[in-house]
Write a protein that binds this ligand. Sequence first.
Ligand code: MD6
Ligand code: FE
Length: 213
Amino acid sequence: MLDLFSGEAPWSEPLAEGALILRRFALVQAGDLLKEIEHIAARNPFYHRITPGGHRMSVAMTNCGDFGWSTDSRGYQYRREDQQSGHRWPAMPACFRALAVQAAGAAGFREFNPDACLINRYAPGAKLTLHQDKDEKDLRQPIVSVSLGLPAVFLFGGFEREAATQRRLLEHGDVVVWGGPSRLRFHGILPLKAGIHPQCGAFRYNLTFRRAF
Ligand code: MD6
Ligand code: FE
């Protein structure tokens, strides 16, 4: 019998209009996703980018898909090549794309067709200060964000940096989808607390799928 109170995954939690958390939506696929992250990072290693302001980011990053997000002294942009290795970004694995499209659909975004996946790796202390994701060409497409490994506190704010923020813990397998009227909300991640996750050791990984162009 269907038991709505069993706490079985996945379940959804609203954040704002156009934005929600699909709790444990990626739990079953997590092992496959982690294997693919390992392959991608073997060819295009994680590294700490330097922001246009000259700061070394505490989050280490790599990408897959047609385009990868990067930053350097000229600003933020999507590029076909990894500036560190000189290689093109690896293709987006089929299991990545399938998950992203399914999650977007579950949140009501039916035509999501991501061409970029940014992979963030957080070690203890790593954080992401409040920012907007606005480097993508078509802001009608949502962003799908998958959390793996150690839990992190996610800040979800308004349309100005100073606006009040909600705090939500994102755990292994949680997926955040947002778009529509929430697409340009400020958001961030508080410094990661140290711990050991059975599948990811001392790290948190986050995959964010976007339509860049
Ligand atoms: C993170 N996520 O969860 C950082 N951006 O590690 C993001 O910056 C983000 O989760 C856009 C949409 C969803 C996100
Ligand atoms: Fe973001």
